[in-house]
Design a protein around this ligand. Structure first.
Ligand code: GRG
Length: 302
């Protein structure tokens, strides 16, 4: 897929605006450190406020726009997803998992605080996400809040993100095949990306056909995102990435790039991005930023 500089600039601006809104909302919705338990909130805020692209809240916001969802509903749901994503990064960086010192350009939470605090901060970020989604301020319809809760729990549990992480931890030094890597990545990173894309539809009482289209879009775009991540791990630098590159190879992990090689991996990511865009055909121009997001994920540098 061709890279259109003008369109990429459009999404860059939209993502920047979204990231600022998310930062404000995080500041408003995440409790301030107070009392004897203050340290866990300090660690949560440290991890959340370290930046990041806020790509998942952006997906919630753009999918919600398709169904004219109230902005605050989308923002609160996006903040919940960012809390889950940040919890997964905090736990993934722990010595018992990926053992990383750098995340989003800053010392990881267990380095800046300590391991026990990092575990607890991740746990509390997960709880906070569900607290936000279950709150009436997110949506007046309790069935919508239940459906979001159910879908989020599925996306991040043993048959979702945690399951993917389990397979990943067990696969170091194992010669995984394409199908196995695809499933691992669909669970580890794809499921939360899919939740983010579908959440706007759930908030907006979307039809089954619209939800199906968003799921198909997220499936292909999520895999393209992961292939780009694998390429960045090989070709990126820690200044752009804000994390240590080369970890997959050092850990002997099979990735899309180790199996396909960089050129075929790049071609596969471009094919998936084009396919993702086609799944949005039933939506009008309101889906244009989602269309651009599929191109953004394969051209990103961090
Ligand atoms: C510990 C339960 C548990 C799960 C961890 C998602 C995950 C599972 C680990 C993260 C490891 C990793 C680097 C995966 C690659 C894809 C990914 C999630 C990249 C980081 O997401 P970005 O690029 O990061 O959206 P920012 O910092 O921009 O938010």
């Amino acid at each position: 897929m061709a890279d259109h500089p003008r369109e990429v600039r459009a999404i860059d601006g939209a993502m920047e605006a979204c990231a600022l809104e998310v930062a404000d909302a995080l500041d408003r919705l995440v409790p301030s450190p107070e009392g004897p338990e203050a340290r866990v909130f300090e660690a949560m805020r440290y991890a959340l406020m370290a930046g990041g692209k806020r790509f998942r809240p952006f997906l919630v916001r753009e999918s919600a726009k398709l169904f004219d969802v109230h902005e605050e509903a989308a923002l609160r749901t996006g903040v919940a997803v960012e809390c889950i994503h940040t919890y997964s990064l905090v736990h993934d960086d722990l010595p018992c998992m990926d053992d990383d010192d750098l995340r989003r350009g800053k010392p990881t939470v267990h380095k800046a605080f300590d391991e026990a605090t990092a575990v607890l901060a991740g746990d509390a970020l997960q709880s906070l996400a569900f607290e936000l989604i279950a709150d009436e301020a997110t949506h007046e319809d309790a069935r919508v809040r239940c459906e979001l809760t159910r879908r989020l729990a599925l996306a991040i549990g043993g048959h979702g993100m945690v399951g993917g992480q389990m397979i990943d931890l067990g696969s170091e030094g194992q010669p995984l095949e394409m199908n196995a890597i695809t499933r691992l990545q669909q669970l580890k990173t794809g499921a939360l990306i899919a939740f983010s894309c579908e959440a706007g539809g759930v908030l907006g009482h979307a039809s089954a056909a619209a939800l199906h289209a968003l799921h198909a879009y997220a499936h292909d775009m999520g895999l393209a995102f992961q292939i780009a991540d694998d390429l960045l791990d090989v070709e990126g630098n820690s200044a752009d990435l804000g994390k240590t590159p080369g970890k997959d190879e050092a850990a002997g992990k099979a990735t899309f790039v180790s199996i396909l090689g960089p050129e075929r991996a790049r071609a596969q990511a471009a094919m998936l991005a084009e396919q993702a865009v086609r799944h949005l055909d039933l939506f009008d121009q309101k889906a244009d930023l989602l269309r651009e997001a599929a191109v953004f994920v394969i051209n990103r540098r961090s």
